[in-house]
Ligand binder design. Structure first.
Ligand code: NPG
Length: 372
């Protein structure tokens, strides 16, 4: 495969309802979509970075800059998508940007080989269970109603966003209403180790896990919490690679892992983390970043690997979007089917993509403008 150019598009996707987390309220998603123009089929990628650097240090404008200035030029000579990460390794960090580029190249290559991403990654399931992530709300009754609607729709697991001032009471209310639903909480680094005695009160609510309560660099804090709490601690933001995953597991900072391909630099590194965890008996689940159908397709393929034994933040398109960029993913019986077509198995709907694009640029790889 020869990569001639990467087309970048900023796409504005309105959300069906505001999504509030400890790092802010989103009413729309500003997403960078990549198209790899090759000597064979085009390949599609999606970058999970947010507009602002509030989840991690990456953000859309920064991703565009590092792609144009450093990463896309480094693709010259790359002929196999599996070489992408090595070719980009000279750039420190910027994993979401690297992951998006690898995704686009992998999609192009797999389409040329007529193989699906699920096959490439080693998926063993044909459908995956759907969990839903529920944001912070104005009141506890509003939250309970929102959860009830998701449970009625068929979601098999519920994750509640928490932050100081919005934790024990809302979690208790949801647990009281749904005594048997698999339930977990996510703090997105909103707490400090001084909050450990407070957080242990959540042990009474029979939770699957508590996700990333402390700063992403605070391994020691998570070790202390894990020792103090019956509820398993699960890391998200802290885990940026297979190497950090291994350290966090060995230090007993985490008993379960959230794997997000964008956060760790791509689906191939995500698979490495999965393989490591499978070998060590550490359960994993697939995280979500409010992706369009492109990222959703890839996440479903990843979530179909054997070590993903807990339902992920893998929801139907209509959880977030009235209009998705691709044919929508529709939940049936609380599950989504793993795409079987070549590559991602989905492509953007051209009219929708054009309508939602707010900015675009094409960056040549080979030093010549892309043909066509
Ligand atoms: O189902 O796609 C989804 C959303 C799941 O809550 C979710 N994601 O912190 O994990 C998170 C959170 C997130 C969303 C993080 C967007 C960053 C961006």
């Amino acid at each position: 495969m020869r990569v001639d150019a990467i087309e970048l598009r900023r796409v504005r996707m309105p959300l069906v309802s505001p999504f509030r987390t400890s790092f802010g309220t989103q009413t729309e998603r500003d997403i960078l979509v990549l198209r790899a123009v090759t000597d064979g089929p085009d390949g599609w990628g999606e970058c999970v970075a947010l507009t602002e650097p509030v989840y991690s240090s990456e953000y859309v404008a920064g991703v565009i800059d590092v792609l144009r200035m450093h990463l896309i030029p480094a693709l010259r000579g790359v002929t196999d998508a599996r070489e992408t990460a090595d070719a980009l390794a000279f750039v420190k960090g910027h994993r979401m940007a690297k992951g998006a580029l690898e995704m686009a190249l992998l999609d192009a290559q797999l389409r040329a080989e007529d193989r699906s991403l699920a096959q490439e990654l080693g998926a063993v399931h044909t459908r995956v269970p759907c969990g839903v992530s529920v944001g912070i709300m104005d009141s506890v009754p509003q939250l309970v109603d929102a959860v009830a609607a998701f449970v009625d729709a068929g979601y098999v697991r519920v994750k509640l966003k928490i932050e100081p001032g919005w934790d024990i009471e809302p979690v208790r209310a949801v647990r009281a209403r749904f005594p048997d639903i698999p339930l977990q909480v996510d703090a997105n680094t909103a707490y400090r180790p001084a909050d450990i005695p407070h957080l242990t009160r959540l042990d009474a609510e029979d939770l699957l896990l508590i996700e990333q309560p402390f700063d992403e660099e605070d391994l020691l804090g998570h070790v202390q919490l894990a020792a103090a709490m019956r509820t398993p601690v699960c890391l998200d933001e802290t885990i940026t690679s297979a190497a950090t995953a291994e350290q966090a597991i060995r230090l007993k900072a985490t008993r379960i892992l959230n794997i997000k391909a964008g956060r760790v630099g791509g689906y191939l590194e995500a698979r490495r983390i999965h393989d490591l965890c499978l070998g060590q008996g550490v359960p994993v689940w697939c995280g979500g970043m409010v992706e369009t159908g492109l990222g959703r397709a890839a996440n479903i393929a990843l979530a179909a690997l054997p070590g993903f034994t807990l339902p992920g933040d893998v929801s139907a398109s209509d959880r977030f979007y009235a209009v998705d960029l691709t044919e929508p993913f529709v939940m049936a019986d609380g599950h989504l089917d793993v795409p079987t077509g070549p590559g991602l198995g989905v492509t953007p709907l051209p009219d929708v993509l054009d309508d939602l694009t707010t900015w675009s640029d094409t960056v040549p790889v080979q030093g010549i403008p892309a043909a066509g």
